[in-house]
Structures are given as structure tokens and as C-alpha cells.
Design a protein. Structure first.
Length: 379
């Protein structure tokens, strides 16, 4: 292994002169190579001639292009790149500014990049949503209205769709396949309390795999915040849930005459629900660009997921034993707790939902952000 010591860097114009002491553990000659990389993307730009050194003092010259921009010089033994020398430089109108040279390794650089990325991953999603909030609101409104443009019912279908969907499921599972041991009224509220979050979730996730491909005009021709497209789906699904919630609350008021005070806990369930949905939408939207069959796969998985969640059947010990890993079970259980049971969601489950959904949202956005630069090449 060759070790770099006493590294100094000077320059004349765009020519960099590196002086360092090279210490080798054996007497074999060491061949040094240098490369110039783009420090932003890590892309390889060009490579210089190799230099043979047996150890001792080395004087190496690197010539950078005159074009303005940042550059990163990497010097390493050709046969052993475990440790290497890095030097950042920036050319501005023919003038070169040098950073401090450092000796590092690939592992150390990956760890440093990860540490730099963590604050960005926490800040970028919120900053993007805040910056593009007016665009998001406009596109969500246009998406909802465009679905029913030219139809007889128009925007009224935004209300009728969740109503008819819930009525259909209730007829099948509450009348035809009536749950044993429960009254019809009890079952319909039990069913609808679990169906409310599923409406928004399934609608957004089911459309996410094709949202980038369907918006290829934005990808190829415009400078457009593509990360807002999955968010539009999440908010459109939330609007559908909001109309379903109005129907559900109206039913509770008609039957019971009042609402439990615990419904005030609803925002603490909706926020992690939206974060969890956004996480999956960002992930699937990016992956759907490369896997065009993903929408069919997602449709099947959603159907299976629906029946693995106790929405149309009762929770019991057997269900919790085999399906307790289901993250949507916590959400469904929370909705039933605040609307039907009159108590707050379990603190432990609420903490798991908040921490887990926030972490998944950061990971999903990072995945989308990493792949977005390749969308135009694939589409």
C-alpha cells in the first residue's frame, strides 16, 4: 500500500503542481494515475498520463481545462486504490482556485457523502412543497375537474364516487356476506372507518407507477419540479377521502346524534397517513419509469393488501397473529378508535406511525431525487 505524506498543491494558470512524499511498504515501483471528475455528479471527465514512482518525493502536474466550472482531481496508485489523494478546484474566467488536498478512501468518501445528504434529505422535501405549493394546488384542482369534464354529473362525481364505492363494498360484505355476530348498522360503521384511509391510499398508490410516464412532456421539454407529481396524487386521494369522511360523519350524526370528542385526534392520524402514501408514491413513480409493468403489479398488490387488512372482516387474535406486521393495520385501528370506540389512538402505535412514515418519506424522496436525472434518457 502506498501512503501519501506532506502533500502540497500550487498552480500556474490552470496547471496544478502536486508535490508529496510517497511511502511504499515494499521496494516495487508504483504507477500513479490521475483523473479529473465532476464533484457534483461524480462523473468521470478525463484521465492523465500515468507516472512511475518508486517512493520518495513526487512532483506531479495536472492540467485542467480552461472552461469555467468545478473540478475534482483524484490521484491514486493504479494497482491499489484503497487510499487516494483528492483535490477540489474551481475555474472562473481562466482563474483557478484550489481547495486543500486531502488523503482519503472510497469508504470515507461514501460516509462523508451520506452525512452531507442526511440534512438535505430532511430539508429538500419540505422546501420543495413550500416552494411549489401554488403549482400543486392548481394541478390537484385540474386533476379532479378533468376526470369528469364533459360528464353529466361534472364535479359532483367527486362526491358520488366514494359514496358508490363504499355502498358497493357494504352491499357485498355487509348484506350478501354479512359478518356474523354484528348488526348491519354496527358493521357498516366498522367497515367505513377502515375504508376511509384506504380510499385515499389506494387511489394515490395505484396511479403512482405511471405518473411520470404519463407526464413525459414535463420530463423532456420543461424545467419542472417532477417531485410534485406524486404529491399531486396524494392530495387528490386526500380530497376523495375528505368527501368520504363527510358521508361517514353524516351517518354517525344521523344514527348516534353526536360525535365523540376523540375525533380531534384525526389530524395526528392523517399526517403520517399522507407521509406514508407520499413515500410509496415517490418510490413507485421513479421505479415505474424503468419497469413499465409495475402498474399491473401494484394493482394486484393493492388488492391483496386490502384483503390482508381487517377492513371487511373483524379484528381478532388470529388476524393480529398473522397480519400484525401490516402497517396499514395501525392506521385502520386508529380510525376506529377515535370514531367508534371513543378513545385516543394507542401512544405506541401513534409514535411508530409518525417515526416510520417520516423515515419512509425521506427515503422515498431520496430515491426519487437520485433517479430523476435519468428519466429523460429512459422516457
Amino acid at each position: 500500500m502506498a501512503l501519501f505524506e506532506s502533500v502540497q498543491a500550487t498552480h500556474e494558470g490552470c496547471d496544478i503542481r502536486l508535490r508529496f512524499h510517497l511511502r511504499s511498504r515494499d521496494d516495487r515501483a508504483c504507477v500513479l494515475g490521475w483523473q479529473v471528475l465532476d464533484p457534483v455528479s461524480g462523473a468521470f471527465l478525463f484521465e492523465g498520463e500515468w507516472t512511475e514512482a518508486r517512493g520518495g518525493d513526487v512532483d506531479l502536474r495536472v492540467k485542467l481545462p480552461a472552461e469555467d466550472g468545478p473540478y475534482r482531481v483524484q490521484v491514486a496508485p493504479v494497482e491499489d486504490r484503497a487510499r487516494f489523494l483528492l483535490l477540489d478546484a474551481h475555474v472562473t474566467e481562466g482563474e483557478l482556485a484550489l481547495g486543500s488536498p486531502r488523503v482519503t478512501s472510497a469508504g470515507a468518501e461514501r460516509r462523508a457523502a451520506l452525512l452531507r445528504a442526511i440534512p438535505k434529505a430532511l430539508v429538500y422535501p419540505a422546501r420543495s412543497l413550500r416552494t411549489n405549493r401554488k403549482l400543486i394546488a392548481t394541478m390537484v384542482r385540474r386533476d379532479i375537474l378533468s376526470r369528469y369534464r364533459g360528464s353529466f354529473g361534472g364535479a359532483l362525481w367527486t362526491f358520488l364516487n366514494p359514496l358508490l364505492l363504499m355502498a358497493t363494498y357494504f352491499f357485498v360484505f355487509g348484506v350478501v356476506l354479512k359478518a356474523a355476530g354484528t348488526s348491519r348498522t354496527t358493521f357498516v360503521f366498522y367497515f367505513l372507518a377502515g375504508m376511509l384511509p384506504w380510499l385515499a391510499f389506494a387511489e394515490a398508490v395505484g396511479r403512482s407507477a405511471t405518473v411520470i410516464v404519463d407526464s413525459r412532456t414535463f420530463v423532456k421539454k420543461l424545467v419542472f419540479p417532477l417531485d410534485t407529481l406524486p404529491v399531486n396524487l396524494v392530495l387528490t386521494g386526500a380530497v376523495t377521502e375528505a368527501f368520504g369522511l363527510l358521508i361517514f360523519v353524516a351517518g354517525l350524526l344521523i344514527v348516534h346524534g353526536t360525535l365523540p370528542a376523540t375525533v380531534l385526534w384525526l389530524p395526528l392520524l392523517v399526517i403520517p397517513q399522507l407521509l406514508f402514501t407520499a413515500a410509496l408514491c415517490w418510490f413507485l413513480a421513479a421505479l415505474g419509469v424503468f419497469v413499465r409493468d409495475l402498474s399491473q403489479i401494484v394493482g394486484f398488490v393493492l388488492q391483496l393488501w386490502f384483503f390482508l387488512t381487517p377492513i371487511v372482516y373483524q379484528e381478532n387474535a388470529t388476524v393480529l397473529k398473522y397480519f400484525g406486521w401490516n402497517p396499514f393495520l395501525l392506521l385502520v385501528h386508529g380510525y376506529r378508535a377515535i370514531f367508534l370506540d371513543g378513545h385516543a389512538p394507542e401512544a405506541g402505535a401513534l409514535a411508530v406511525m409518525w417515526i416510520g412514515s417520516a423515515a419512509l418519506a425521506v427515503i422515498g424522496y431520496a430515491w426519487f431525487h437520485r433517479l430523476r436525472r435519468t428519466f429523460a434518457d429512459v422516457i
